[in-house]
Design a protein. Structure first.
Length: 303
């Protein structure tokens, strides 16, 4: 557990207009840790989940003096309640700002950066990473042993974990008259939005003749493969060990569970959910949940 003493006035200043109201005293009040329920103590910054039916009871029984709550919680004697729209989001923002150690901006001496690369402000590049003639936006964090090819255009505030490979040539081949395979040119780009995260040992290929694109706030877990020409929207979640073949369209807010395989030339609609280990061989309409091999829509009486 990490301990950092933070005055509640500093918390309120950080949250700014996200604070709707404060119940209780803010004089000589501080927190010094974040903790799971079993380890909450008097100086923990606790929070009440919006979905709980007994929120008031949970707040009153918490050992913490300071709590992040929504407007449905009534004042509690002896406690300081910071009223926000979404307590869990506020907790995450506070945790990332005050408790998470961030890599310092700078390029490790062992990293190899092409002289024509364009590196933004406050970027951190870890040991033994290799970056070609890429464009890297501001505030990005690139871990160790990352390979970023010439064809990559990266937005700001992206996180690339150790061992990832971005913008390599896709797996595309054609056959000649004798049936022998030869490589189809892979000359597109990999264009990434802002706040994208790519997990450890994940590979994302550049496009062939078009581009591979990844929208803002999309998160890709470890050990995934995303082939050429995929168009992935905003706020997409791709969990561990997912394989996405080429030329798919995955719209905004799609959630893909671990070990999913997606056949090429598939369209997955906005807000769809793809269940664990599903094999997707057909288009998935928006806001539907598909599971199984081959994947099909999950109905109430699904067997």
């Amino acid at each position: 557990m990490i301990f950092k003493k933070i005055d509640i006035k500093e918390l309120l200043q950080f949250l700014g207009d996200k604070v709707l109201h404060v119940h209780g005293s803010i004089q000589d009040v501080f927190i010094d840790n974040l903790a799971e329920v079993e380890r909450v103590n008097e100086t923990t910054l606790d929070w009440i989940n919006l979905s709980k039916p007994n929120k008031q009871e949970i707040a009153e029984s918490s050992k913490a003096r300071v709590l992040l709550v929504d407007s449905g919680i009534l004042p509690i004697g002896g406690k300081t309640l910071i009223v926000v729209k979404n307590p869990k989001v506020a907790l995450a923002e506070i945790g990332n700002h005050f408790f998470v150690d961030k890599p310092k901006p700078g390029i490790h001496p062992s990293a190899m950066i092409d002289t024509e690369a364009k590196i933004g402000k406050n970027v951190s590049i870890g040991p033994f990473s290799v970056i070609g003639k890429a464009i890297i936006g501001d505030n990005c964090v690139i871990d160790s042993h990352v390979r970023i090819y010439d064809s990559v255009v990266m937005g700001h505030d992206c996180i690339i974990k150790a061992g990832a490979v971005l913008g390599g040539a896709g797996f595309g081949y054609e056959r000649d008259e004798e049936g022998n395979k030869f490589r189809f040119p892979q000359i597109g780009q990999l264009v990434m939005g802002d706040y994208v995260e790519v997990g450890a040992n994940t590979c994302v290929d550049r496009g062939a003749l078009s581009d591979t694109t990844i929208g803002d706030y999309t998160k890709i877990n470890n050990l995934c493969h995303i082939a050429h020409n995929n168009r992935i929207g905003k706020n997409v979640t791709i969990t561990g060990c997912v394989n996405i073949s080429g030329s798919n369209v995955i719209e905004d807010n799609v959630w893909i569970a671990p070990n999913v395989s997606v056949k090429g030339w598939i369209h997955i609609g906005e807000g769809a959910v793809v269940g664990m280990s599903a094999v997707v061989v057909k288009d998935i309409p928006a806001h539907e949940t598909w599971v199984g091999n081959p994947a099909r829509k999950m109905e109430r009486n699904f067997k």
